[in-house]
Design a protein around this ligand. Structure first.
Ligand SMILES: O=C(O)CCC(=O)C(=O)O
Length: 392
């Protein structure tokens, strides 16, 4: 317990209710709450604890605290962050709210307006909007001559996802797997998001001509790779769309590809997705940012700060619509292409020791990323944006 970290806050009313409370950080890992229902001072009060927008636990402030004259001063409760949080507790990201109203207790550091709401009160509607404008790729527009679509286009328009076996020669995947193994072994990873700039086998795989042709068939413009996720474990990034993570003017001229370099075990945290969810309202960055206190909106790590609210809102929407979740338990060589608005996630592995040998590559239209260096056509036929970042 650290005396330096001890903070005290004045008590104050929770707006609209005669329930008041304050929270005190006793140590880096322990919170103390004091709450009082002014109409029923003997009543225990339920309090929700969040960190980084993620709901952690509901506690009850039920120990009686009496003032000197014997009058009830309120009910107290304590919360200790779980052991696996050690070192990760960021004081400014702790949210402490009344369970009944969702309002923050005085002294709850992550309090501020949508940001006044705990992540579990933010709805899909709060952070999305309907967009079927003519600025979208042709397959996403309201009016499409369905009869003129190829089978793949029709599937992608309807499902937002396409699974293909045999699209990329196995030899190209194996060559990359071996190069990665030589460079990193099984557990390592590159720091760069663009390792294709350093690893010829990776560039060759991402710029495979057959793949490039299918991406162009779906989006209607040549697509250039600009991001790789090369870990052989699930990212464990919970439910989200990719669209709001990109510049708003890019709209949906964006697509991502998941390649199975080996058979993927059911227990290794497969990629999961909700077919058809790319036709639901789309998350907007400015709306997602509203869920954060003003002071945090310019932070580089805003995607992780908002991930808790985003994934919860997605899950609720999936449940509200009774939508189906699919798992990509891929066979070696299989490729999955997904739409930038598709709700998807890297699921949590049941067995964290298992490898998930995959390559993930993200692509944008080569005509629509003015902030990137001009795209270059690789000798294989596909395109890449030559973004140089140190490999390690
Ligand atoms: O780990 C995974 O399979 C999910 C990857 C993902 O969400 C992404 O690349 O946007």
């Amino acid at each position: 317990m650290s005396g330096k970290l001890q903070k005290a806050f004045p008590a104050g009313p929770a707006p609209g209710k005669r329930v008041i409370g304050r929270v005190t950080l006793l140590s880096q890992v322990e919170l103390h709450v004091l709450a009082l229902d002014q109409d029923s001072p003997e009543k225990p009060i339920e309090i929700d604890i969040h960190h980084d927008g993620q709901f952690l636990q509901r506690i009850t402030a039920d120990s009686e605290l009496k003032m000197r004259e014997g009058k009830p001063a309120g009910r107290t409760g304590r919360f200790s962050f779980p052991e696996n949080f050690a070192g990760k507790v960021d004081y400014n990201r702790i949210g402490v709210t009344f369970a009944a109203t969702g309002k923050h207790l005085v002294g709850s550091p992550a309090s501020a307006p949508l940001s006044d709401l705990p992540a579990d009160r933010i709805t899909y509607e709060d952070i999305t909007e309907v967009d079927q404008s003519d600025e979208l790729p042709p397959l996403d527009r309201l009016e499409v001559d369905e009869g003129s679509l190829t089978e793949r286009q029709a599937l992608f328009r309807e499902q937002g996802v396409l699974r293909l076996q045999g699209l990329i020669p196995q030899a190209a995947m194996d060559a990359y797997s071996q190069a990665r193994m030589r460079a990193l072994g099984v557990a390592g990873n590159w720091k760069s998001g663009t390792p294709f700039m350093h690893v010829p086998e990776l560039l060759s795989l991402c710029c495979n001509a057959g793949l490039g042709a299918v991406l162009e068939e779906l989006i209607s413009e040549p697509m250039g790779v600009h991001l790789n996720l090369t870990d052989w474990r699930s990212t464990e990034r919970n439910w989200h769309q990719d669209d709001y993570l990109n510049p708003p003017r890019l709209k949906s001229w964006y697509v991502a590809v998941w390649m199975a370099l080996d058979d993927i075990s059911e227990d290794a945290g497969p990629f999961e997705y909700v077919p058809g969810s790319h036709r639901w309202p789309v998350m907007r960055r400015e709306k997602v940012l509203q869920t954060l206190p003003q002071a945090h909106r310019a932070r580089e790590d805003w995607p992780s700060l908002t991930q808790g609210a985003v994934s919860r809102a997605c899950l609720e929407e999936v449940q509200r619509r009774g939508a189906r979740v699919e798992r990509f338990v891929a066979r070696k060589g299989e490729v999955l292409i997904w739409h930038s608005r598709l709700i998807h996630r890297g699921s949590q592995p049941k067995d964290p020791a298992l490898l998930r040998k995959a390559l993930i590559a993200h692509y944008s239209s080569i005509h629509r990323r003015p902030g990137f260096p001009p795209a270059v056509q690789a000798s294989e036929g596909g395109w890449y944006f030559p973004i140089r970042q140190p490999l390690f």
